[in-house]
Design a protein around this ligand. Sequence first.
Ligand code: DC
Length: 215
Amino acid sequence: MIVAIDGPAASGKGTLARRIAAHYGLPCLDTGLLYRGVGRIMLDRGFDLANVAIAAAIAENLDLADLDPDRLRDRATGEAASVVAAHGPVRSALLDLQRAFAGQPGGAVLDGRDIGTVIAPSAEVKIFVTASPAERARRRFRELVGRGDLADTAEAEAAVLADIQKRDERDSSRADAPLVVAPGATVLDTTDLGPDAAFAAALALVEAVRGPARP
Ligand code: DC
């Protein structure tokens, strides 16, 4: 079974993907990390994010094993990821790796922006996780403050909201694999749901296809 979980920035899709994967004992891939890895390397080496050829060459040589999620969660990396993710050749370079992950015997859970549309259009379960921009900003802000990355001020929260709105706009309006609700996907709006209620709702969607996890 392939479970495709897509949604905008800070929608909670990564947490849901990990919990569903753990529940069913399936491997899980946060595909945003791939774009974040490319963005981070571009920043570290001082390359212009608009340089498609260099970004594509970095994507071509990206090794999943080298990616340290903890180094890739900051705002600057997320922003850089969104810019390089709009380059078609970068997306093409990362396609095989993602499709191979999705095609593992036994199945997999993947989360991102284009899993249900491009990476695994025949996924048995497709969920589009979303929440209002203000709620997503609030969650991301709390996470960044908790990690000590951001001051706990109203200005900082407003800046996170502005980031999220900019990213929504860029991810949804790009020509190549824009963020859209995939055909056959169920929209799960978690604006008014806590983490456990969101997980229960997502699990119900998976169980409707696969049945309960076997002990
Ligand atoms: O999910 P995230 O915030 O870690 O993703 C970072 C950026 O990577 C996001 O703004 C757009 C891009 N991305 C993408 O274009 N396609 C994916 N499947 C995953 C992420």
